[in-house]
Design a protein around this ligand. Structure first.
Ligand code: DLZ
Length: 169
């Protein structure tokens, strides 16, 4: 029961619960594509990611940050950055808050399948940093509030995936 509780989607935290060590990020080049929509949230996620990359050895000059207007544009932004040869992994950061419009479902669906396709077909891992919440409050809880900052987990995931891709090459 304890492990089931720990694995629930609300409380699982990759940094606190992982038993697999994170490799050094030294020499890794990490791209971040960040959406302007819900900018205070995506900005906090970006800051959490950048700090964690640096804490894990990634050089500040090896972190390339690009902004796109909305989460839908993360697909194009990440595709272009992934194939540019400039980075070893890309973190996509966006935030979609459910409203009264069907946009929420369309955008979430499009971004998840677009980014999935990049991972399945490309050589550069793309990290899914799209917060999808019912409210602004839930987004704040996950971007530096009560539930931590998911940006930190995106950063660790990016480093682990670069480590993975180097191991199998
Ligand atoms: C249009 C739209 C809406 C309604 N909601 C969001 C949102 O919550 N989060 C987000 O990142 N972007 C949103 N967008 C904008 C779309 O992602 C996209 O930028 C536009 O549809 C133009 O392609």
């Amino acid at each position: 029961l304890k492990s089931v509780t720990a694995m629930s989607s609300n409380s699982f935290n990759l940094i606190e619960n992982s038993t697999v060590s994170t490799p050094s990020g030294k020499g890794m080049r990490i791209g971040i594509v960040v959406s302007e929509w819900n900018g205070s949230i995506t900005g906090d996620l970006q800051n959490g990611a950048v700090e964690t990359l640096k804490q894990n050895g990634v050089d500040e000059n090896d972190i390339l940050i690009y902004s796109v207007p909305g989460s839908f544009e993360l697909i194009y932004g990440c595709a272009q950055l992934a194939k540019s040869g400039k980075v070893d992994a890309v973190i996509a950061i966006g935030c979609v808050i459910r409203g009264d419009t069907p946009h929420f479902d369309y955008i979430c669906q499009a971004v998840s399948s677009g980014l999935s396709q990049l991972n399945a077909e490309g050589d550069v891992p793309v990290i899914f940093g799209l917060l999808t919440t019912n409210s602004q409050e839930q987004a704040e809880e996950r971007s530096g509030g009560l539930l931590g900052n998911k940006g930190e987990e995106y950063a660790v995931t990016a480093i682990k995936m670069v480590g993975f891709s180097r191991k199998i090459k």
